[in-house]
Design a protein around this ligand. Structure first.
Ligand code: URA
Ligand code: SF4
Ligand code: URA
Length: 194
């Protein structure tokens, strides 16, 4: 992972390297059983050099906390592309093609039990299928390679449309139940009874 991190920090494989302040390689436990995949760093992430530290990240941390998960122990978090697309546009096909091998290698290294994709872009790009609809697939377990995968709405979608929070909480509850089933039957969440 340290080798991969160096490669990402020095990467010039797509044009996004020209405008980045930081390449955001990822964060969390390299041996986590949950891997969380977002779309791309935003302005705050690019400035600070860590994933999910802006408004979306703060909401995500609140959700993780309610689940009893921490980035330090339970989660490794990264993005489909590691450098910020200017004005937060969706990463282009070329950019995703250049960057996705890093993420696939990270998945292999972390070898989690559960993958969570955040939002439409992560879902479509990971499966390389533009027809996958987050509104239809969220909350339904999928298989990616040998991994169980739960698509959920992106936290930025929850900020724009708080009505999505109720369904999303049900999706994260499913992740906690699955974590108890596959990893730790005693996993504690103050909000999710055994
Ligand atoms: N949104 C993302 O998809 N990823 C980040 O790292 C921050 C915001
Ligand atoms: Fe390299 Fe990915 Fe950054 Fe493009 S987005 S420069 S492929 S690390
Ligand atoms: N639309 C998106 O682009 N992402 C979501 O997570 C939900 C709706």
């Amino acid at each position: 992972m340290e080798t991969l991190k160096k490669e990402i920090l020095n990467c010039t494989a797509c044009d996004l390297y020209k405008t980045r302040n930081h390449a955001i390689w990822g964060e969390g436990n390299f041996n986590a059983e949950i891997m969380v995949i977002g779309e791309a760093p935003g302005a705050d992430e690019d400035r600070i050099g860590r994933p999910f530290v802006g408004k979306s990240g703060q909401l995500l941390d609140k959700i993780f906390s309610a689940c009893g998960f921490t980035r330090e122990q339970h989660i490794f978090i990264s993005n489909i592309v590691k450098c910020r697309p200017p004005s937060n546009r969706i990463p282009s096909e070329e950019e995703v093609k250049a960057c996705l091998p890093f993420l696939l290698k990270q998945i292999e290294l972390v070898d989690p039990k559960i993958i969570i994709t955040l939002g439409a872009t992560a879902l479509k790009r990971l499966f390389d299928n533009p027809d996958l609809k987050i509104t239809r697939l969220r909350g339904k377990w999928m298989h990616f390679d040998k991994y169980l995968l739960m698509p959920v709405y992106h936290p930025s979608a929850l900020l724009r449309n708080p009505e999505l929070k109720k369904d999303t909480w049900e999706d994260y509850k499913q992740v906690v139940y699955k974590y108890r089933e596959l990893v730790d039957p005693d996993h504690y969440s103050a909000h999710i009874p055994f």
